[in-house]
Design a protein around this ligand. Structure first.
Ligand code: KG4
Ligand code: ZN
Length: 340
């Protein structure tokens, strides 16, 4: 082992992905993700089943991450884990495991905020991926959150806008469920949207003041629209699948881009980053790149594997906190509603 190297084990278990990663300084040596297929049967994440699956997965996932990185447990410098926000039962598995392993190895323990990690994933060392300069705006778009954050420094972040009801990932997943797609439907809407006409069906855009978002009205509009059309033509969904997906995705992207435009104007910041599961969406990635020229923005889109939940993003926050000597202790507890 190189003595100059800091090896961080990152552990993520906030929702339905069990993940472990090893980072050597800012570089990812391994990033293992075990997704839980069981929830597909229920059309959404079942918290009790998620925590049980985390318990089954956590030991093999961590073991594999350490092996893939080519190191041994005794080489670890610290353990970073997701403290919250997330599902309590899921968070407890990662938190307890991280505490026990840090105690056994007698190394520092680092608590990480999941949403902060989605943003700081941009600071993982990756060839061809530039790190944003401060200050920048970060839009976190996931299954549980939709926020616009002003990032002044790694650990100086201000939420300047957020959803007042559903998260954008829920708008994708709940609409997908109405269309009869399995959970999570976001990636499927993305896939079919590429084949359809985005202007085929106009869906309403919510009127929410300032930099906040609302997605519950859109979900209801999709439901009523589909119910009405299926009544007229029972094959409406099958015959128009691609156009429905393209139109829905187009509406969602416009809502997101409009708010980013407003936030950029209000703050004068033109560096824009996105993070969270929905940042995997090909439409939002393309729309952002197109706006670079139009609005003079510089945009930052994470590497695909760091968009949906993963432990590499927890590891990078662990590394940045390690450099500051910002550790927690054995009295730390999981927090379902952690804020930053
Ligand atoms: O960040 P994430 O893995 O978990 C949370 O912290 O919530 O985000 C999961 C969300 C799900 O709603 C999923 O449907 C959505 O991200 N998602 C997508 C795509 N890939 C994942 N939504 C639209 N297009 C995609 N390609
Ligand atoms: Zn997430």
């Amino acid at each position: 082992m190189n003595p100059q190297k800091i090896y961080i084990l990152g552990i993520e278990s906030s929702c339905d992905d069990t993940s472990a990663a090893i980072l050597s300084n800012g570089k990812v040596l391994s990033n293992v993700v075990a997704s839980q297929k069981i929830h597909e049967l229920y059309g959404g994440v079942v918290p009790e089943l998620a925590s049980r699956a985390h318990q089954q997965n956590i030991v093999p996932v961590i073991d594999q991450a350490i092996k893939q990185a080519g190191i041994e447990k005794k080489d670890l410098s610290a353990i970073a884990f997701t403290q919250g926000p997330g599902l309590m039962g899921s968070l407890l598995v990662g938190t307890s495991f991280a505490k026990s392993l840090a105690l056994a190895l007698d190394i520092p323990l680092i608590d990480v905020n999941h949403m902060q990690a989605h943003i700081l994933a941009h600071f993982i060392d990756e060839d061809e991926f530039e790190k944003p300069e401060f200050p920048f705006l970060a839009m976190t778009i996931s299954g549980g959150h939709t926020q616009i954050v002003k990032v002044n420094d790694h650990f100086d972040m201000e939420v300047i806008g957020e959803t007042i009801d559903d998260a954008v990932g829920e708008a994708f997943d709940k609409s997908a469920k109405i269309l009869g797609f399995p959970y999570p439907g976001g990636p499927l809407i993305d896939k079919y949207a590429r084949l359809g006409n985005p202007k085929a069906f106009p869906f309403p855009k919510p009127k929410v003041s300032d930099l906040d978002f609302s997605f519950s009205g859109l979900k209801t509009a999709v439901l009523y629209f589909i119910q009405k059309m299926v009544k007229e033509n029972p094959n409406f969904i099958e015959e128009n699948r691609d156009d429905i997906c393209a139109s829905l995705q187009y509406t969602i992207i416009n809502i997101l881009i409009d708010k980013l435009k407003k936030a950029s104007k209000q703050t004068g910041i033109k560096r824009i980053a996105i993070g969270g599961g929905v940042s995997a969406n090909s439409g939002i990635r393309k729309a952002l790149k197109e706006r670079e020229q139009k609005y003079g923005w510089k945009t930052f889109v994470p590497k695909f594997e760091y968009t949906t939940d993963n432990a590499a993003m927890i590891g990078i926050v662990g590394y940045l906190k390690f450099l500051k000597g910002d550790f927690t202790n054995m009295s730390v507890v999981a927090k379902a509603r952690a804020k930053f």
